[in-house]
Write a protein that binds this ligand. Structure first.
Ligand code: SF4
Ligand code: SF4
Length: 280
């Protein structure tokens, strides 16, 4: 016990934001992206996360991180153009922002990305605030739960951000929902959401929560989380790594606090989400 505690190392905040080591989600090397390589990768992608699209000017590659299960097949099919991503800045964003597109005529990325710097700049602002999270699993394989459980270990230590997991939705500010929503759990999802006091945030976690993942065509599945609940942020991955979860939760809070300030002011905190009886 003493030895294992001695070996555990708290991961610095800066190292968490933008880190996706181990997720096996692809990064595209635009300079080496060809129509042939893109087609090979799209052909082996089991969830259609990779797809070629025709438009008037030619051909584009579309990568939907919300559907990617990190199987690595695209890395094998076209290793020059698809490599395992080390940095990832698309956690906790909107559904549209999980989709990236490259023009195959010149490899240019058509859509933009959130920078880690933009998240890091507000971490200080977020530290010390209390946010209560209720995790909800209406159909996950438990892979996402394993990673979520790691958030409370001494390496990731989610509590240092003032973020706590709670047992009851009545005490929660945020629902962290994993898995596709199964028919048997649909009512439980609606009831849990109704039990969370306003204002509340919903975050869809994992390829299943974001898009239904591999199970979207199952007769037992209603759909992704957005089929039942209004979703404030998406964290992709199968499963997302703890670092992606931390970055995603912080990004959702940051965006919500911005939205709640019409003037664009960001230094006033997130009073709507504060549980003043439970300071960090
Ligand atoms: S790693 Fe993701 S994008 Fe690549 S083949 Fe697998 S599911 Fe598709
Ligand atoms: S996203 Fe992957 S790890 Fe998470 S519940 Fe779905 S299959 Fe399991």
């Amino acid at each position: 016990m003493k030895n294992s505690l001695g070996r555990s190392r708290l991961i610095p905040v800066e190292a968490l934001v933008g880190n996706c080591d181990g997720s096996r989600m692809p990064e595209v090397r635009p300079g080496l992206l060809t129509a042939g390589g893109a087609q090979l990768a799209a052909d082996v992608c089991p969830t259609a996360a990779l797809a070629l699209e025709r438009y008037t000017g030619g051909l584009r590659l579309r990568l939907d991180y919300g559907k990617c299960i990190g199987c690595g097949r695209c890395h094998d099919a076209a290793p020059e153009a698809f490599i395992p991503a080390q940095r990832f800045t698309h956690s906790g964003v909107t559904r549209d922002e999980l989709i990236r597109t490259w023009d195959l005529s010149d490899g240019r990325e058509v859509s933009g990305a959130t920078t880690p710097e933009s998240v890091r700049a507000e971490i200080h602002f977020l530290m010390g605030r209390a946010l209560n999270v209720r995790q909800l699993d209406p159909g996950s394989c438990n892979g996402c739960e394993t990673e979520i459980a790691a958030l409370t270990n001494p390496c990731y230590d989610l509590e240092r951000f003032g973020i706590h997991f709670v047992a009851s939705p009545k005490h929660a500010d945020m629902l962290l929902v994993t898995g596709p929503v199964t028919r048997n759990m649909a009512d439980a999802v609606r009831n849990t959401y109704a039990a969370v006091p306003e204002p509340k945030l919903v975050v869809a976690v994992g390829a299943c929560g974001v898009s239904g993942g591999l199970f979207i065509r199952s007769h037992a599945v209603v759909g992704p989380v957005s089929a039942l609940l209004p979703v404030d942020g998406y964290i992709p991955g199968c499963p997302p790594t703890p670092a992606m979860l931390v970055a995603g939760i912080l990004e959702v809070i940051k965006r919500h606090s911005r939205k709640s300030k019409p003037s664009g002011e960001t230094t006033g905190g997130i009073p709507e989400l504060l549980n003043v009886s439970d300071p960090a």
